[in-house]
Design a protein around this ligand. Sequence first.
Ligand SMILES: [Zn+2]
Ligand SMILES: [Zn+2]
Length: 422
Amino acid sequence: MKFQSVRGMNDVGDKDIHLWRHVEQKVRKLYEDFGFSQVITPEVEPTELFKRGVGETSDIVEKEMYTFTDRNGDSLTLRPEGTASVVRAVIQHNWMYENSTLKLYYFMPMFRHERPQKGRFRLHYQFGLEIFGVADPGADVEVLSMQSLLFKSLGLKDITLQINSIGDNSCRPAFRELLLEELNKIKDKLCADCHRRMDKNPLRVFDCKIETCKSAVKNMPTQLEHLCADCEKHFSGVKSGLDNLGVKYKINPHIVRGLDYYSRTCFEFTTDRIGSQGTVCGGGRYDYLFEEFGGKSTPAFGVGMGFERLLMLLEDKKADAQPKPNLALVYADEDGRAYCQKLAYKLRERDLYVDLDLEGRSVKSQFKRANKIHAKYVIAVGSREVNESRGKIKNMATTQENEIVLGLEEEDLQRIMEEVRS
Ligand SMILES: [Zn+2]
Ligand SMILES: [Zn+2]
């Protein structure tokens, strides 16, 4: 019996894992340089958490969750997104108690029963960030500028930041009434999904993917035109903060987050390189979620970034991402082999990536292999080199060979390490 992975759920290995690891480390490093620390939450949560945190009317909750009943009869769900779990953890462990500002990031698998297609999987990884405790637009600016820096440092130039403000509890209710009034006038042009959205979350009609709906709502009033003075000031703060750092952005009043606990800034980083949607990452402010979860009122700003989608944009970096050994050791006979084994062991102990054949291959095919895996240097050792304690080290790029003392004392190891790191 041969088994296959579940549809829409991928293995990552072989030639793909190097780019994965390279980018993962880059993202982590940048996030940590900005003072974010990692959080890991369980893959499974009570179903109710996501109904509350993602919203009963969202596509995720309505159509895409992996929900099951466990042996105790409890309804559990495989995590479809990260924020609900992280906020749950922060409240549960009282992490805001000692921190007036809390900066967390996660890198976790998410599960959604979507129709698998390019860039959309049923299991996908997400990097996410959350800043808790900061109402000031400075938090928004820090996260947006950091994401922008990330794309720049990965060499991605064709990504656009689009921002919007969706108001707060003081200006949104009146706008909602106004929008609903206008939507009712064009109701017959909207799809059944949009009719439902009008009942529950009229703002979400701007999210509809259907072309006729898109053009029907094009001239509807937007929240951005109806912000209260405080929201106006906040949005100005975001814009001037980005200007100050030279981060480019476009204002798009149709970027929305349809749930009541979202507020003010929302954003997307988009590209036209990956399919119709093209969103690489998105998020925004959710100042009312803590209360929704029974916590103390806490301003919050978050980002979610689909990791596989990011990797799709970096396909051309694959070859560079493959780790290359600093040194390959080639042995000519048994004496040479025994020495190489000891030398490799000691150099690896000193954090050097050393390659050594395990199969007893010929010198020629060992050299061939060193070439194939792009070893930077090669030292070839036989019984003569072992007896004389000297040999040659070859720079594979320039093919230049230098004499080198071969030994196993600390000074010998240091000399070899200096040579291969130069
Ligand atoms: Zn629609
Ligand atoms: Zn407002």
